[in-house]
Design a protein around this ligand. Structure first.
Ligand SMILES: Cc1cc2nc3c(=O)[nH]c(=O)nc-3n(C[C@H](O)[C@H](O)[C@H](O)COP(=O)(O)OP(=O)(O)OC[C@H]3O[C@@H](n4cnc5c(N)ncnc54)[C@H](O)[C@@H]3O)c2cc1C
Length: 442
């Protein structure tokens, strides 16, 4: 039987990670009709990413994931896998790009819970666009999905606990990285380290990872910064600034970069209590990690259920979420970069927007013009943030450079470089032309 042009549900949950799955199960158990849309072919999200074709074993958190799936099973949630949320039309219809069918599916829901996770921050560096350079999270996803990583020597660089976790995963696989370059120096922040004792789960996890690095003799070079990458004699050569001056060169075949994570809030519709209600949950609301994601998903679900029932629920965050917020603040302090961000020191030919191949020098030229271009012109004329990723990787750096050169130009939180608008993700013309609604109106 053909699917109706517009399907209707009480709630559409977008994103099948820990937060979205927890929210969908909670909403369905409250008696609401729920659809759960996930862009990938399987549920799982970043942390619980599932092996492709059952080839790899799960790295961590399998028990939590099975518990979440049990909550979903039998709850009557309609799962829409391989469906990319591309936007919310002004008349409140959510549009999903059904990638397999190459059609846009329209869903009318009284409320949306958006749980589309986080994205990695990667700071621009000379050579970060070269083949063989990827993100640490990307490498981890590959490992989770396939159980393996590409051949050759691996170097991990940037900042944050994820780099240590990925290094530990690689050691378990028998592929220890040549080094982990860490821009922060957690050992030099005893106050924050002491406060972390209030989070024994995190301490135990960190201890496990660091013990693994030590036993595999993988150097964890704290307070050092990867300054540039180049390709020479068929290998990547990374120049690393060492603490106290001086530099070291590392040769590798794959360089994994990661400088933290941030909410994947690019282009999302604003939260609202007017119907359709829009609420964000999990890392896309506030990147607080896996421990908070489940609690936040349930919290969002209870909020939405209360709003739909016309009752008011206490808007304050659950205790669990507050605790994880404090834990993340400590981690931020521990991993605070020692070697400055250094955008101003980047050479002109450093690629800033990788999608469009725009350089630091291109932006500097625009900023040197007599008529200060606003962020909108920088996007439309300069094409920064205009490519496939729509600024997810370059918008912060562009905004920071603009702010440093022209404090008067309004950058806003994300600014006009990443305005709310659809399609949120590239959608094919064929899919848009085959829109169920358009077909109906023929
Ligand atoms: C790359 C990466 C690696 C991480 N590794 C670790 C780790 O090792 N340890 C740790 O504790 N934490 C890790 N985290 C953080 C942890 O994964 C998160 O805190 C947790 O997964 C958050 O759950 P979530 O449901 O909010 O988001 P996610 O788990 O990210 O789930 C979001 C889901 O939304 C889907 N989605 C996104 N956009 C759309 C769209 N437009 N339409 C439809 N679906 C969409 C995604 O495919 C994804 O399945 C990592 C985060 C990232 C980004």
């Amino acid at each position: 039987m053909a699917e109706p042009a517009i399907s209707s549900f009480d709630v559409l949950v977008i994103g099948g990670g820990a937060a979205g799955v927890a929210a969908a199960a909670e909403l369905a158990s409250a008696g609401l009709s729920v659809a759960l849309a996930e862009q990938r072919p399987t549920l799982g999200g970043a942390y619980h990413r599932q092996p492709v074709g059952g080839s790899a074993r799960q790295l961590r958190g399998q028990r939590q994931w099975l518990r979440l799936l049990r909550g979903l099973a039998g709850a009557g949630v309609e799962q829409r896998l391989g469906h990319v949320f591309i936007g919310l039309e002004s008349d409140g219809i959510a549009m999903l790009d059904d990638r397999a069918a190459r059609r846009i599916r329209s869903i009318k829901a009284r409320a949306l819970v958006i749980a589309v996770g986080a994205i990695e921050r990667v700071l621009p560096r000379p050579g970060w666009q070269l083949d063989g350079v990827m993100t640490s999270g990307g490498l981890q996803m590959l490992l989770k999905e396939t159980g393996g990583v590409p051949p050759g020597d691996l170097l991990i660089a940037g900042s944050g606990p994820l780099n240590v976790a990925v290094a530990a995963d690689l050691i378990r696989l028998g592929r220890p990285p040549v080094a982990v370059i860490e821009n922060g120096n957690p050992f030099a922040r005893p106050g924050a380290a002491l406060r972390l004792a209030a989070h024994p789960g995190l301490v135990a996890e960190a201890a496990r990872h660091l013990a693994r690095l030590a036993s595999a003799r993988v150097p964890w070079l704290r307070g050092s910064a990867l300054a540039a990458i180049e390709r020479r004699d068929g290998r990547l050569r990374a120049t690393v600034r060492m603490p106290g001056g001086g530099s070291r060169m590392f040769a590798a075949d794959i360089v994994a970069l990661h400088d933290g994570i941030r909410p994947n809030a690019f282009g999302l519709p604003a939260e609202t209590q007017a119907q359709p209600i829009v609420v964000r949950a999990g890392d896309c609301r506030e990147a607080l990690g896996i421990r908070a994601a489940v609690a936040d998903g349930r919290h969002a679900a209870r909020q939405v259920a209360a709003m739909l029932a016309g009752t008011v629920r206490d808007g304050s965050a659950d205790r669990k979420i507050g605790r994880q917020r404090r834990a993340q603040a400590i981690l931020h302090e521990l991993f605070r970069p020692v070697d400055g961000y250094g955008l101003a020191a980047l050479p002109d030919d450093t690629i800033l927007c990788r999608c469009e191949g725009r350089t630091v020098g291109d932006l500097r030229l625009m900023l040197a013009e007599t008529d200060a271009p606003g962020l909108r012109e920088i996007k439309l004329n300069g094409r920064f943030g205009m490519g496939l990723c729509q600024g997810r990787f370059c918008a912060d750096a562009v905004r920071d450079m603009v702010a440093a050169a022209r404090p008067a130009v309004d950058g806003g939180a994300s600014g006009p470089l990443s305005r709310d608008r659809w399609p949120l993700r590239p959608a094919s013309i064929a899919a848009l032309a085959a829109d169920d609604e358009l077909q109906e109106g023929k």
